[in-house]
Design a protein around this ligand. Structure first.
Ligand SMILES: [Zn+2]
Length: 392
């Protein structure tokens, strides 16, 4: 398998190589790794400060007098209910994994339907020049001032030549998402744009030449250096599967260490797993904090195009009320397995034992949850109870 991957990588052109670290090679992250990583970000101070207090509270602080361990009978998975949830795709590994996997599925379904009726899809990756002395805020820029990547994108979307270029492709709409990696040359922030077209023709070298030229021009206008032909814009014929890998990858590569990153570029998830492995000694604690604070409030996913197109993909953008209420409904159908007092919950969270409790609930219900607590934190045994027993 490793050999196959190596040969696949060799066949890619050099510029694509910078994304090699995004290619999913390992299995889905375990719930254990995600919960432990969030607790580690909290413990090391990566989530410190007022701006990130919701991330510190996420999964840790109770809303009511007890935390419920519930089992969804249709999926046979256990969840904890009655807790603060931050819902951040930027700063929380647990919420990010949950939200992005839902959205990846929704996009995949939409894209399959699109391809079935003869539509096409292209992936456009836009990167801005950057150097090690630039902060992430510098690279990102400001929408208002039309600087940095944000500004360059804004200028691009209103640019006449760009509009004519995409018309020729048969453009109908697009999904744009942002991704950051960190490396020798500092923050590498880039946009992935999945273009939906009304035909399934392939792209030509001229299509890429043209967009590269337009992109270089808008980057300069946005106060950035002129990107090279090689590193600025890349246009590939690709479907949703290639695209959502960019969302899924941060979680899929979770178990890989930052050291294994290609070309010294590390993804956010790799930095986070380094914090999990090395605690306060990780060199990524402050880097991650910078990322969380800078990206906060930005949209991870944006739908572009006419009203009708945007309407069809509305659910992919920032978390809507409907999504939240759908989650609530899901919980209402669930069976309560155990109720845990906040003090015990906090102890489980700090000791990174929450996922063990969820595993126990799935494998053996209340008896297994109680058994686990008795084994690991026996002095807290009075703090867990069955829902149908009267309160002591
Ligand atoms: Zn969260």
């Amino acid at each position: 398998m490793a050999n196959q991957n190596d040969s696949q990588l060799k066949n890619q052109s050099a510029p694509l190589g910078i994304y090699a670290s995004n290619v999913a090679k390992s299995a889905k992250p375990t719930r254990r790794a995600l919960w432990a990583t969030r607790a580690a970000l909290n413990a090391t101070g990566a989530h410190s400060g007022d701006e990130l207090k919701r991330q510190r509270a996420c999964g840790r602080d109770n809303l009511g007098s007890e935390v419920a361990i519930v089992l969804n009978p249709s999926t046979e998975t256990a969840h904890a209910a009655g807790l603060e949830t931050c819902g951040s795709v930027w700063a929380c590994p647990v919420c990010r994994a949950k939200i992005l996997s839902q959205r990846a599925q929704a996009l995949q379904t939409f894209a399959d339907g699109w391809a079935n009726v003869g539509g096409g899809m292209f992936m456009l990756t836009l990167t801005v020049p950057h150097s090690a002395d630039m902060s992430l805020a510098d690279v990102k820029g400001k929408t208002k001032d039309k600087t940095g990547l944000t500004g360059a994108l804004r200028r691009l979307f209103s640019d006449g030549s760009y509009r004519r270029w995409r018309e020729r492709l048969g453009y109908v709409g697009a999904v744009k998402s942002l991704e950051a990696t960190d490396g020798r040359n500092g923050w590498h922030l880039h946009a992935h744009i999945l273009l939906f077209t009304d035909n399934s023709r392939d792209t030509s070298a001229q299509d890429e030449d043209k967009i590269s030229e337009i992109w270089a021009r808008v980057c300069e206008k946005a106060g950035l250096a002129r990107p090279s032909r090689q590193h600025g814009a890349r246009l590939t014929h690709g479907g949703a599967a290639d695209y959502v890998i960019k969302w899924g990858a941060p979680n899929e590569v979770m178990s890989q260490s930052a050291k294994g990153a290609k070309n010294n570029n590390v993804t956010i998830a790799q930095m986070e797993s380094d914090v999990l492995a090395n605690g306060r000694d990780s060199r990524y604690v402050s880097r991650l904090r910078e990322y969380y604070l800078t990206m906060r409030g930005a949209k991870l996913i944006t739908i572009l195009g006419g009203k009708e197109f945007r309407e069809q993909l509305r659910g992919l953008e920032d978390k809507s009320d409907e999504e939240l209420s759908a989650e609530k409904e899901m919980l209402e159908e669930s069976i309560v397995i155990a109720l845990i007092k906040p003090r015990l919950w906090r102890c489980l969270y700090d000791r990174r034992l929450v996922s063990h409790v969820l595993d126990a609930a799935e494998s053996g219900g209340y008896a297994a949850v109680r058994g686990f607590i008795k084994r690991r934190v026996p002095h807290w045994l009075d703090e867990v109870r069955m829902p149908d027993l009267p309160e002591r």
